[in-house]
Design a protein. Sequence first.
Length: 160
Amino acid sequence: MSPPNTIITLKSSDGQTFDIQEAIVLQSRTLTTIVANNYGKTNIVIPVNNVRGKILANVIEYCTKHAENEYYCNDDEEEETKNWDAEFANVDAKVMRELMKASSLLNIPDLVDLLLWKMADMMHGKTLEEIHILFPAGMFAKTVVEEEEEDYWDSEWDFD
């Protein structure tokens, strides 16, 4: 996909930077497209607007785990990854919202699916009022996906 010495760096909204490997890039459709469109560049810095460093680090951790376990050798490894996923998604509603925003922006389908299943689980058995408290109306409205994606594509990226 990219030349061997390409350095791909993600920069969070609070200025933290993360050098990532190609295996992590491949988990994200957005990053895959950006890197492919800039083939031959030696340094690619991609700003991830509106995603804090702590949340971006969590997303990278998820992608790293799944890149390592892309092909399961046995049922134990698959079960271990499922348990790891369950623990990863065991967060409060605020963190869930930020993870969902980041995974949607970066277009990481497996992470979006995991978080949606966890959100459904969090809502199970709750009244409508309890769900509204847990996930306020408009929480995942246009401002989260469409407007931030527009901001993202309008950003200036730093390529060498």
